[in-house]
Design a protein around this ligand. Structure first.
Ligand code: FES
Ligand SMILES: [Fe+2]
Length: 374
């Protein structure tokens, strides 16, 4: 038996119960983890149309994702350069965003364009250099697999290095072909780490989600550590419930080799993107930690773009129904796990070497990120 639990005394938690409830721990995690890595900030389809924008929050920081009229995605600090007001609070299709305080306006590429009564005279404006210097402040970002990722600070790993293991493993799957089938938002009264741990917990599948398959199906899952910050598992022969998801088979994402057609990969791209991939569907549960005991999940289900039409509408619906049902079943489990963290007895959890190695690795990763930050 290898992994973080090898040789450990039972009854010892890797993270104490108050790591899931304490506001000071939560604040430290936001800066130690969420500001120091490439993290999920939103979906590219949230700004599908040129000329659209959507505010998001990462590490408690208000950000704005825009798609300019030329189709380019940008991410900015969502802050008016005059007095620091949050510029935008709603998804928008306005080509210019206006601050409600003194009506400065900005283009979706971040340029400052309107500054009424700049020097108290009607029609006055700053000189070009001043205007150029007062555009929205950009945030380093990237697009991958339908997601917008951002780096608020200096990431501990560059983007290419972060994504390389997934890009390599998923090279046969064409993730440029994603078409959004369905999405939903979940408010969960639980710490973000429990969301990840439950995602990595293959042991609960037959009990909480019996429709996905019997215990034998969960026994079939291999733990997979792709990189220090990409943890999860794989059903090498497909999830048992797959056949019943849709009667009309969905087309694969491009020319996926037959040997990989049934494989289901389940990976946490640390810290906040939980990814499920089969040859014909891709699901992301990405989340924003809001408080120590509240997390907002944004779940999106994608199919191949050739399955976008009405002939696949029942198949898309059947797939989404199953996946939403599974997530619905997890919500009360997460909230009950959270309530358990109020007890000091939750410091004495007994992670099982046979099932919980991946959870233990995640906890070790969190603990070491926090340690390195101190
Ligand atoms: S704070 Fe935005 S225009 Fe003054
Ligand atoms: Fe679950």
């Amino acid at each position: 038996m290898t992994g973080p639990l090898a040789g450990r005394e039972p009854g010892v938690s890797l993270l104490p119960a108050d790591a899931y409830t304490d506001p000071a721990v939560f604040a430290a995690e936001q800066s130690a983890i969420f500001e120091n890595r490439w993290v999920w900030a939103g979906y590219t389809h949230w700004v599908a149309e040129p000329g659209s924008s959507r505010p998001v929050t990462v590490a408690g920081r208000p950000l704005l994702i825009t798609r300019d009229p030329a189709g380019q995605i940008h991410v900015f600090h969502n802050i008016c350069r005059h007095r620091g007001m949050v510029l935008s609070e709603e998804p928008s299709t306005r080509k210019r965003l206006r601050c409600p305080y003194h009506y400065w306006t900005y283009d979706l590429d971040g340029g400052l364009c309107g500054t009424p009564y700049w020097d108290r005279r009607k029609g006055s404006a700053p000189d070009d250099a001043t205007k150029d210097a007062l555009g929205l402040i950009p945030v380093t970002h990237a697009e991958w697999a339908g997601m917008v990722l951002v780096a608020l600070g200096e990431p501990v790993r560059p983007l290419d290095e972060t994504l390389a293991p997934l890009r390599q493993r998923w090279a046969p799957v064409d993730l440029d072909r994603l078409h959004l089938a369905a999405e939903d938002r979940y408010e969960i009264a639980a710490n973000w780490k429990l969301v990840v741990e439950n995602f990595l917990d293959f042991y609960h599948l037959p009990f909480v989600h019996p429709q996905v398959g019997p215990a034998a199906a969960a026994l079939d899952i291999d733990d997979v550590v792709l990189a220090e910050d990409i943890l999860g598992g794989c059903y090498p022969r497909g999830a048992a419930g797959k056949a019943s998801k849709t009667e009309t088979p969905l087309p694969a994402f491009g020319d996926v080799p037959a040997a990989l057609r049934d494989r289901q990969d389940i990976f946490c791209l640390f810290p906040n993107a939980l990814l499920f991939l089969e040859a014909d569907w891709f699901q992301v549960i990405a989340f924003e930690p809001v408080t120590p005991e509240r997390t907002v999940e944004h779940m999106a289900i994608f199919v191949d773009r050739s399955a976008a039409g009405p002939e696949f509408s029942d198949a898309r619906k059947a797939l989404s129904t199953v996946l939403f049902e599974v997530n619905d079943q997890d919500v009360p489990i997460l909230e009950r796990l959270q309530r358990g963290r109020r007890s000091p007895a939750a410091d004495r959890n007994h992670l099982l070497p046979s099932w919980d190695q991946i959870t233990a690795r995640f906890q070790t990763l969190v603990a070491s990120a926090m340690e390195g930050h101190r």
